[in-house]
Design a protein around this ligand. Structure first.
Ligand SMILES: [Zn+2]
Length: 338
């Protein structure tokens, strides 16, 4: 089968590798869509993926073969490639130890991921895509689980106004999840015009431009003075950490759901002096995936303007698309069609 294989830092080769054969407890999935995640781009950009590995963890497909012990799935089932609950004797390696850090240890990488024609996985791993949820929406299930995890991890409460900094895929999904969770309004800050427009289309109540206006002042104004109870940093940009901290009211929360790989602004006097709570959300749990799929099947999430005909790329575009996503301007989401 064809696969996009990592060959050194910032280099991907399209190669022929063996098609996996499912073990008795595994299913073989033919991949239909496989989205390029910001964390794949980081692995590519900083050489964090092992030579010979295949990236990609945001994919959907069809079960084409089941091992003899598999009861949960049958041929023809539409599935997302993760989110299942592991059986009791398996511990997910999300936090291998107390000193685990994504920067020093590397982000967990499966050797053969979703930038391939087929993937074999244990039958507890995938989740069934609910009827009525389109492939274009379902391919967002993994980033949606990250957004759901961020909102569940935060102090957000129904009725709150919240700010989302950054309208990349995670920011746009966090904004939609907040609306579904009962936010009275969601303010988005985003400098790139195409991404700001996506935020508007998907229901942001206010979209601010951090290049053209003082976004902290604007949020204070919109809140009637004190700021908001919670802000989500989904940008990993140099100024957003400090901005988010200044936007929340005294004792409010900055929830960080993006990973900056370089130093960001932080004036500790603003943090400590106002007793702002800073919290991080990393990864997601099975309940976050299931909740995301539930929101999709109830029509509370949309892929409009995130997944468009221009989002879809072929094998030949993999290298150039990864390079382009190092500095994302135009595109909100790119999806390999293997
Ligand atoms: Zn991802």
């Amino acid at each position: 089968m064809k696969a996009a294989v990592i060959r050194g830092t910032q280099n991907i080769e399209i190669e022929d590798i063996p098609t996996p054969v499912p073990r008795p407890n595994q299913v073989l999935v033919r991949i239909k869509f496989s989205a390029l995640c910001g964390s794949d781009v980081h692995r590519f950009q900083y050489g964090m993926a092992n030579d010979g590995s295949v990236l990609g963890h945001e994919y959907i497909g069809e079960v084409v073969q089941v091992g003899k012990d598999v009861k949960r799935f049958k041929e023809g089932d539409r599935v997302v490639g993760g989110g299942g609950t592991p059986p009791g004797d398996i511990v997910l390696p999300t936090y291998p130890n107390d000193r685990y850090s994504a920067r020093t240890v590397g982000i967990e990488t499966t050797r053969i991921g979703g930038f391939a024609e087929y993937v074999a996985m244990d039958d507890w791993r995938p989740l069934l895509i609910p009827n009525g949820v389109s492939d274009e929406l379902a391919v967002l299930a993994e980033p949606t689980s990250i957004a759901v995890h961020a909102v569940r991890t935060s102090n957000f409460k129904i009725g709150d106004t919240a700010v989302v900094l950054g309208a990349g895929p995670i920011g746009l999904l966090t904004m939609q999840v907040l609306k579904a969770a009962g936010a009275s309004s969601v303010i988005v800050s985003e400098p790139a015009p195409a991404r700001a427009e996506s935020a508007r289309i998907l229901g942001a109540d206010v979209v601010l431009n951090p290049v053209a206006e003082d976004v902290v002042e604007r949020v204070l104004e919109l809140s009637g003075g004190p700021g908001v109870p919670v802000a989500f940093d989904a940008a990993a940009a140099k100024p957003t950490f400090q901005q988010g901290m200044e936007m929340v009211w005294r004792g409010g929360q900055l929830l960080v759901v993006s990973m900056a790989w370089e130093d960001v602004d932080l004036r500790t006097v603003d943090w400590i002096g106002r007793e702002v709570e800073m919290k991080a959300a990393y990864g997601s749990q099975p309940i976050d995936w299931q909740t995301g799929l539930n929101l999709m099947s109830r029509g509370q999430l949309s892929s409009e303007s995130m997944i468009t005909p221009e989002s879809f790329i072929s094998w030949d575009d993999m290298q150039s698309s990864m390079e382009r996503l190092i500095k994302p301007e135009e595109h909100v989401q790119m999806v390999l069609v293997p």
